[in-house]
Design a binder for this molecule. Structure first.
Ligand code: ADP
Length: 231
């Protein structure tokens, strides 16, 4: 098992945001974490990425416990947070160099930047500053920084949020390409997006996992999603 999420719980003040959730992920899977706003998707992803400590439960990445062996665990993860925070004034290549130097050996930085720029289709934009880019290209920069250390698992929090239909299609294509070599866990509140990219869907509602199944297994995921997530 590549990723094991066991009995995660999290409270903010009095609000129980995650309620004892568990799931396992094997290599080769693209998983959609689907749920309405406020369901607990970002909280789950922040905990898996090691950015937030749960009140209970644990996350194992290839056997490394995120709370005990965090350096090993984090080295296997690439994370694109919601809203994709970037340094706007930096040039694309300059920003990627800055991130790369944190993660990888200095002598490999130049070559790796070239690779990720090609992988994410940023060749034409690499000499612009980030604030000159369209939202779709900014997402590509976010993806490029997430894969810079060649992690096996990508955690992408609403990577297509706010994109127009063309940009969404382009990012979806990129995820399918990346998913050939990496495990991808991405969140969305759009069912059709999850259906078109993922091999498996996990539906989360009010901090509980209410369904976990292969996307092809139900003919009527739409009705199921609406039923499971209604008040
Ligand atoms: P989703 O990603 O599914 O939209 P989140 O995990 O962001 O859901 O949020 C789940 C719930 O936790 C929401 O009700 C949200 O308001 C609350 N929440 C998230 N972050 C915080 C925080 N830092 N402090 C207090 N409440 C929070």
């Amino acid at each position: 098992m590549f990723l094991q999420v066991s009995n995660l719980s999290k409270k903010y003040g009095n609000q129980q945001v995650l309620n004892n959730i568990s799931f396992d992920v094997s290599k080769g899977e693209i998983i959609g974490l689907l749920g309405p706003n406020g369901a607990g998707k970002s909280t789950t992803m922040k905990i898996i990425a090691g950015c937030l400590v749960p009140d209970a439960g644990c996350v194992l990445i290839e056997g490394f416990n995120m709370s005990e062996d965090d350096l090993e665990a984090k080295s296997k993860i690439g994370y694109l947070p919601e809203n994709n925070p970037l340094y706007e004034e930096m040039y694309v290549a300059e920003y990627l160099e800055y991130v790369a130097k944190i993660y990888i050996k200095k002598r490999t930085v130049k070559e790796r930047i070239k690779e990720v720029i090609e992988l994410t289709g940023l060749q034409k934009e690499a000499r612009k500053t980030i604030n000159q880019l369209s939202k779709g290209y900014r997402q590509r920069v976010g993806l490029a920084q997430a894969i810079i250390h060649n992690p096996d698992l990508l955690i992408l929090d609403e990577p297509t949020s706010g994109l127009d239909p063309n940009q969404t299609e382009e990012i979806k294509g990129l995820l399918l390409e990346l998913g050939k070599k990496k495990v991808i866990l991405f969140s969305s509140h759009t069912l059709s997006e999850v259906e078109s990219i993922c091999s498996r869907v996990i539906i989360i509602h009010k901090g509980n996992i209410v369904a976990d199944m292969p996307t092809h297994e139900t003919d009527n995921l739409d009705t199921l999603f609406k039923t499971l997530t209604k008040e």
